[in-house]
Design a protein around this ligand. Structure first.
Ligand code: ZN
Length: 349
């Protein structure tokens, strides 16, 4: 089963050819980071225009790199949500046009399931059934949640952020520290100082056993980053001479607070489930400190740890092809990609 996959939900225009959900023949990503850097975040209008410009060349390059004829493509998989609606629509329109030209079906893939499927692009990771039930820490610029994967396609959200996503928190912290966008890699590079120079708050200090969100999620498994960002701003206001001398210490302390919050919530979730595996997926899963904390957690709690290959942590189309292939092989429902859904949930309410 050869899938041509397309991803355009945020600021990467990407296309890939993936065989049977696990083998990447090509993966082309056109990043728009430079266009958004002056604004410290993604500007939707700039993103959708850049997708339109990049789309034809990115798809052609993916097919050419794979070294297969167009006629070998069995179907097209395209992200139909969640994401920026104007960006999603570019990928969807392109995918539908290609589907008509090639006379193949066009399937809509959930971007978050794509991030999860990226794990299985690592040949060392066993098939989904062998690693389930698994605890999944999904952390990126757009999403931060902890979920239980009963098996591929069957998920339960255990906790999520109540405000900013982890990647967004890193972006905002980087801006306050005068570092560049995207914030995660910039903070990691700058964080050579003392991670305990400032003890920033963990966010959500709820300890009550029964505390839940309005959606019924256990607050001990939820995240909140808005207080952390505010405390960095407050620290800089009250210590106007801290920069630039203490940049390495402040970056290290801020990074420590974000990654500690994620690892603590993952540990709380591990106590509440019978998961035998721990996964980390999404752009923030690239962070070396988070990877080290999760390795420590998995040793202590006897969990098998699988981290997304670094090349597939941030947005790409190979992960969309993986999700589509895994769904097809497992005879799971696949919607025909008709419309963009910017708030598409991973789990139906
Ligand atoms: Zn993403």
């Amino acid at each position: 089963m050869l899938v041509l996959a397309i991803e355009s939900s945020c600021d990467e225009t990407a296309a890939a050819l993936v065989r049977d959900g696990r083998t990447v023949l090509s993966s082309v990503v056109n990043s728009q980071i430079a266009s958004h850097r002056p604004y410290g975040g993604v500007v939707p209008e700039i993103a959708s225009r850049a997708h339109v410009e990049a789309f034809p060349a990115v798809v052609a390059a993916a097919v050419q790199e794979a070294g297969v004829p167009w006629s070998a493509i069995d179907c097209i998989a395209v992200t139909h949500g969640p994401g920026l609606v104007s960006s999603l629509l570019v990928g969807l329109s392109g995918a539908r046009a290609l589907g008509q030209a090639l006379h193949v079906p066009v399937y809509g893939i959930n971007h978050m399931e794509g991030h999860l499927a990226a794990l299985f692009l690592d040949p060392a990771v066993p098939d989904p059934d062998a690693v389930s039930p698994a605890l999944v820490l999904m952390v990126s610029g757009g999403h931060s949640c902890i979920l239980e994967m009963r098996t591929f396609g069957d998920y339960r959200i255990l906790g999520e952020t109540l405000d900013d996503a982890a990647g967004e928190c890193l972006d905002k912290g980087a801006t306050l520290l005068g570092l560049s966008y995207p914030g995660g890699p910039a903070i990691q590079a700058a964080a050579t100082g003392d991670p305990h120079f400032v003890e920033f708050p963990r966010g959500l200090a709820h300890t009550a056993r029964t505390a839940t969100t309005p959606d019924g999620l256990d607050l001990r498994l939820c995240l909140s980053f808005s207080g952390l960002k505010t405390s960095l701003r407050y620290y800089l206001q009250t210590h106007p001479d801290a920069l630039p001398d203490h940049l390495p210490d402040l970056a290290a302390s801020y990074q420590e607070a974000v990654m500690r919050a994620l690892a603590e919530r993952a540990e709380n979730a591990a106590r509440k489930t019978r998961a035998k595996t721990l996964f980390a997926v999404g752009g923030v899963a690239k962070n070396a400190l988070l990877r080290a904390k999760l390795a420590d957690l998995s040793r202590r709690r006897h969990l098998d740890l699988h981290l997304t290959p670094l090349a597939y942590c941030t947005d790409n189309a190979a992960m969309i092809g993986a999700a589509c292939g895994l769904r097809l092989l497992r005879h799971l429902p696949l919607p025909l990609a008709l419309d963009a859904d910017p708030t598409l949930p991973l789990v139906d309410a």
